[in-house]
Ligand binder design. Structure first.
Ligand code: HEM
Length: 545
């Protein structure tokens, strides 16, 4: 049978094929707007465009500027604000308790998106309740106070590297120099990475001291590039969340593996040739694989660190099968992310506040010992227990209040209606807990923008300062998703701050414009902050010049 199709019919068919999907999309959007306008969230204050679009949120998350919109919105609309069709932000103290502890809302799906594989995430990205519970129970023994106290030696090694680097800079024959300029943000970040390397990967990454030894049998370049590769991989996944979701809706599940620069094709060592799967691992996994295999092979290489814990007993929390190298890398990369930018960013903010608040700095330096470069490294246990460090502890607590590195946390109402700040929130509402705005609320912390460590001193030692409202203080969150690394973070911040400030005074290099960007954590937007470190006691070399 012959079918005759006229050009006019072809044109009509094409028009129908083009117009129909567009029409479906437009109708879908209009239905969404209709629902958003009628949603019970319509009573919550917020900008007029909130019910119609999430474009401004996507822009904010992709550019790291979301915190500015949130800050401004809380200022304008109060402790609860609607910023999207089903997105609200909350900075109220009682509501925060409900979100984190009483109702204990689940994490939003966004967390899982930073993992290499959404179905095999690390603790941070694990949003399925049972696997999360198992994983946290399994990892927790590697984060207790006593476990972390045993890691002091690794912390001390890295801090010594930093001091050595500074000592080398102090020595130049320049008697006129009373101090020397450093990129403190960069240095602190490198120290944090090396500490994570020492404590979780079995070896520092050679960031603080590029001449330090690295793991035997591992390509040096690959090993040193591990942190950069992990960060690139994680931030690429974070920045492309919405694109990935869109593609998934179209049937394309895109997973960003470790970045290309890490995929170094090296012939596997002869003894490994039989393991074909290993050929497919990236350079990163190959580097880590060498360490994992070494630890598997002999107890002589065992170390009391997170890696050992994973190598000895690691099981995937959903299938309960033994973790392979790649699973271990997935776990450790999230710990690296959660554990390096956080402590380095907070410590940098501590130094920034000290540099900008001379009276606080003077009081702090007065309380601390004055050490020579070669003196022993002060341990975190000493800082924790000795009274001379009480004010330093208060300064760190105040930094965590004013600059909470996780400025907000994404939760959702799940299948339930939840009442918060007097509003009934329907199922599937995204509820962001605004820590930063809670911590900066005048009601809970009078003169909230003032760096005032005395708030955290014991009664009778606070002077004029009001006591900190601990019910409105969540730097490490609370509830089942609270920070597993809190003891680790405290140990690191204590040791770095005590050891630097016992040796140096700190002054800011003028003319720097400090701004922040929020990519999961808050970071200095340029990634740099320059300061002048002035030795509190000249080193013997400097004195003899
Ligand atoms: C000053 C330093 C730190 C701060 C302020 C901080 C803060 C936080 C906060 C607020 C959360 C909750 C995030 C959420 O629920 O959305 C969190 C979770 C987490 N943190 Fe930290 N953190 C710090 C350092 C560390 C360190 C050093 C490690 C590891 C060595 C670490 C590992 C983690 C992990 C794995 C999670 C996910 C926990 C879970 O979901 O159960 N953090 N952190």
């Amino acid at each position: 049978m012959e079918v005759n199709i006229t050009p006019w019919q072809v044109t009509r068919l094409l028009a129908i094929l083009t117009v129909t999907p567009v029409l479906v999309l437009v109708l879908q959007y209009l239905y969404g707007v209709f629902r958003a306008l009628r949603s019970p969230l319509r009573h919550i204050p917020g900008p007029w465009y909130s019910p119609f679009t999430t474009l401004h949120l996507r822009y904010g998350f992709a550019t790291g500027k979301i915190w500015k919109l949130v800050e401004q919105s809380h200022k304008t609309y109060g402790p609860i604000v609607r910023l999207g069709p089903r997105q609200v932000w909350i900075s109220d103290k009682e509501a925060m308790k409900q979100i984190l502890l009483k109702v204990d809302l689940p994490k939003v799906a966004m967390y899982a998106e930073i993992s290499r594989d959404r179905r095999s995430p690390g603790l941070f990205g694990e949003i399925r309740p049972m696997p999360h519970k198992r994983l946290k129970r399994f990892l927790s023994p590697a984060f207790t106070v006593s476990y972390v106290d045993n890691l002091d030696v690794f912390f001390a090694k890295t801090i010594r590297s930093l001091l050595d680097k500074y000592q080398a800079s102090i020595s130049p024959v320049d008697p006129a120099r009373s101090g020397y300029e450093v990129d403190l943000m960069d240095d602190l970040h490198n120290v944090a990475l090396d500490i994570m390397g020492e404590c979780s990967f079995g070896r520092g990454f050679g960031q603080t001291n590029p001449d330090g030894e690295i793991e035997d049998g591992v390509d040096e370049k690959v090993w040193k590039s591990i942190p950069r590769s992990i960060f690139d991989g994680l931030s690429k996944r974070y920045q492309t969340v919405y694109i990935k979701r869109f593609l998934r809706a179209m049937g394309l599940d895109v997973n960003f593996d470790w970045p290309k620069e890490m995929i170094v094709v090296r012939p596997p060592p002869v003894e490994h040739l039989g393991y074909m799967f290993r050929k497919r691992l990236t350079g990163l996994a190959q580097a880590i694989d060498a360490v994992v295999q070494k630890r598997h092979r002999s107890a002589d290489f065992a170390r009391p660190d997170l890696l050992q814990h994973l190598v000895d007993e690691g099981q995937k929390p959903d299938t309960l099968t033994t973790m392979n190298t790649r699973d271990i890398v997935d776990q450790m990369s999230e710990v690296l992310l959660a554990g390096s930018e956080t402590t380095s960013g907070t410590t940098a903010c501590l130094f920034l506040e000290l540099a900008r608040n001379p009276s606080v700095r003077a009081r702090l330096l007065d309380t601390l010992p004055v050490l020579d470069m070669n003196d022993d490294i002060v341990t975190s246990k000493s800082v924790r227990n000795e009274p001379q460090f009480t004010y330093l502890e208060a300064c760190i607590k105040e930094t965590l209040r004013l600059h909470p590195i996780a400025s907000e946390m994404g939760r959702r109402t799940g299948d339930q209606w939840v009442k918060l700040v007097g509003y009934d929130l329907p199922p599937h509402t995204v509820v962001s807990a605004s820590y930063r705005d809670l911590h900066r609320n005048e009601q809970y912390f009078p003169q909230a923008l003032r760096f005032w460590p005395e708030r955290f001193l014991p009664e009778g030692e606070r002077g004029e300062a009001p006591p900190a409202d601990m019910d409105a203080y969540y730097p490490f969150s609370a509830g089942k998703h609270s920070c597993i690394g809190i003891n680790f973070a405290w140990a690191e911040m204590r040791m770095i701050a005590a050891n630097l400030l016992s040796r140096f005074d700190v002054v800011e290099v003028s003319g720097q414009d400090i701004d922040f960007r929020q990519y999961i954590t808050m970071q200095f937007s340029t990634g740099h902050w320059k300061a002048i470190l002035i030795p509190r006691r000249p080193s013997p070399e400097a004195a003899s010049v």
